[in-house]
Design a protein around this ligand. Structure first.
Ligand code: URP
Ligand code: ZN
Ligand code: ZN
Length: 484
């Protein structure tokens, strides 16, 4: 299939220029002014529009068994929703069930992802520490192309790992050329606060926010950064939601540490007032971890994106229906944690970021695709409009408008946390792997069109993270780094 995108302005993270884009099959083959369409090519008009690299959402949980239920969007509905909003790649978390091997979990996720309409990749979760995990991490890196390992510092009694486990796993990442990711909240303290508020008779969704104050996030973020420094690996902090956590990341970066921070689009525009809503359903639908914060935190997150101390905007799309949320009707600790956002991330960020002057259109590209492609080692195949890059493109109409409503969404849940948000700036056309998946409101996504994206390990210089460690003896990480 040959497609010529004509009459638009190509926007990359580092430059913009007026150019046409020629695509053959899954690849961009030419970029330049006034390209002639080859015989038989489809011609797509991009007049008045920007041609952006397709969005990459590095944080999704599609069809995830979590807190006693399964997230409502699977790879079919989740990636279709993503494409309608201009996202052309998702990175989902492979989370082994208790005692399950990583290799079996990987195979489960590959099966689940067979219906994906856009390209996808995986992070692997480390939820314990033992010899098998040590060995299987190597298979993940060398055979499966997974160069990122996720660690939950919260969810005590379920996914949480302790400092010993973090240290061993981070050290293993360093040896394998991989990067750890952390959900940074102090799960022990959260657990005690949950007990405290339940004991005080607070059972509603506001108890969720009370029990997860910014301090638990800040402490865990700082601790993870220090453990990564000791282990000699970079670190990626998912869903950075508070000023204090952002400051810990900014401090680390100022000290030369390779630490990355990922605010979510939800935390950038929604705040803790949502939990004060007297409608239980309204508040419970917004229960996620970390919770929405006081407005002041949003300014810090925006400043981080503007200054570069935070790099990526994701969604943590983990959508539960209202009926699923009601599992926690009498106990906020049982409300399944998670919200949606896959189809809204790009337009909400453009509206709240670019239209307000906080971000340039190039910085928008950096935050939605280019930076994460570089962080995950898939740039410039992904995250760029360039010759030889994958043909994942968004023809972005900066003047198109819509008001977000669950009534029109593709996600399977029955509400939208951005309900009523007035957007200006939307995808006119989304192209994924050379195929038009969204065309002026016409959904043409094809289940199964997406391909798995394997990612190479990082070069030693990236992983070593040692620029600041001038007085440290070199340390070889080997099989001795396994807990007895
Ligand atoms: O509340 C959230 N964030 N749910 C999804 C799982 C996680 O912690 O990322
Ligand atoms: Zn998390
Ligand atoms: Zn998550």
């Amino acid at each position: 299939m040959t497609t010529l995108v004509r009459g638009g302005t190509v926007v990359n993270h580092d430059y913009s220029r007026r150019a046409d884009v020629l695509v053959i099959e899954r690849t961009i083959v030419a970029i330049g002014p006034n390209l002639d369409p080859p015989a038989g090519a489809d011609v797509i008009d991009a007049g008045g529009c920007y041609i952006l690299p397709g969005g990459i959402d590095p944080h999704t949980h599609l069809e995830l068994m979590f807190m006693g239920t399964v997230s409502a969007d699977d790879f079919a509905s989740g990636t279709t929703a993503a494409l309608s909003g201009g996202t052309t790649m998702v990175v989902d978390f492979c989370i082994p069930s208790p005692g399950q091997s990583m290799l079996a979990a990987y195979q489960d996720w590959r099966r689940k992802a067979e219906t994906a309409a856009c390209d996808y990749s995986f992070h692997m979760a480390v939820t314990a520490w033992n010899r098998q995990i040590f060995d299987e991490m190597e298979v993940c890196v060398k055979t499966y192309g997974i160069n990122t390992f996720k660690h939950f510092m919260a969810y005590k009694g379920a996914l949480m790992v302790n400092d010993d486990e973090l240290y061993h796993s981070f050290s293993r990442c360093a040896a394998l050329g991989a990067m750890p990711l952390v959900h940074a909240e102090n799960g022990e303290v959260v657990y005690r606060l949950q007990e405290h508020y339940l004991g005080a008779g607070i059972t509603g969704p506001e108890g969720h926010a009370y029990s997860r104050p910014p301090e638990v996030e800040a402490e865990a973020t700082h601790r993870a950064i220090m453990i990564a420094s000791i282990a000699g690996c970079p670190l990626y902090v998912v869903h950075t939601s508070s000023r204090e956590a952002h400051e810990a990341i900014a401090r680390a970066r100022a000290a030369g540490k390779r630490v990355f921070g990922e605010p979510l689009i939800q935390h950038l525009v929604l705040d803790e007032e949502e939990y004060r809503n007297p409608d239980w359903d309204h508040a419970a639908r917004r229960v996620m971890s970390p919770p929405f914060r006081a407005k002041a935190h949003q300014e810090s997150l925006w400043a981080g994106l503007q200054s570069g101390s935070l790099q990526v905007v994701a969604t943590d799309h983990c959508a539960f229906t209202t009926a699923q949320k009601r599992i926690g009707r009498d106990d906020f600790t049982k409300i399944p944690n998670g919200t949606g956002g896959l189809e809204d991330r790009m337009t909400v960020l453009w509206t709240a970021g670019v239209n307000t002057g906080r971000l340039t259109k190039e910085e928008f590209v950096a935050a939605t695709s280019a930076n994460i492609a570089r962080i995950l080692n898939v740039y410039p195949r992904k995250g760029a409009v360039g010759v030889g890059c994958d043909a994942d493109l968004v023809i972005w109409d900066p003047e198109a408008t819509k008001t977000i409503s669950a009534k029109n969404q593709l996600s399977r849940i029955d509400y939208n946390v951005f309900e009523g948000f007035a957007c200006r700036g939307l995808p006119r056309v989304t192209i994924t792997g050379g195929k038009v998946a969204w065309h002026e409101g016409d959904l043409r996504a094809e289940e199964g069109h997406g391909e798995y994206v394997a990612r190479e390990p990082f070069p030693a210089v990236h992983v070593a993270n040692t620029a600041w460690q001038t007085l440290r003896a070199p340390r070889r990480i080997d099989r001795a780094d396994v807990s007895p």
